[in-house]
Ligand binder design. Sequence first.
Ligand SMILES: [Zn+2]
Length: 109
Amino acid sequence: MTDTNDALANLTRIQRRERFDTCRAFGHSWSVQLTNDPEINNLVWKNYLRFDCSVCGAIRVDGLDAYNEVGQRRYITPDGYSYAKGETPTRAQFRGRVLPRLRREARNG
Ligand SMILES: [Zn+2]
């Protein structure tokens, strides 16, 4: 199972976009585990780490060499996460998108 994780199950398109903007603004919230998933672990590297973002559903895969250096890194991102080349807003722009929601949440406790 490499099709991103289920963090986005049952969310509306707008809620998904809010999650994507949050990760773009502040970084992903990773949990990590060793994996032997054959879709991820192609046996080139000694160990494979799978990172799952609990906010946006992205997956990061790191292949570690015999010295535990990252020999390969790749990302599997959910549909709608990526932008066309040259069209990705800046981190500051993503923060600007997220701040109104954070203000509302701060007011509402
Ligand atoms: Zn994320």
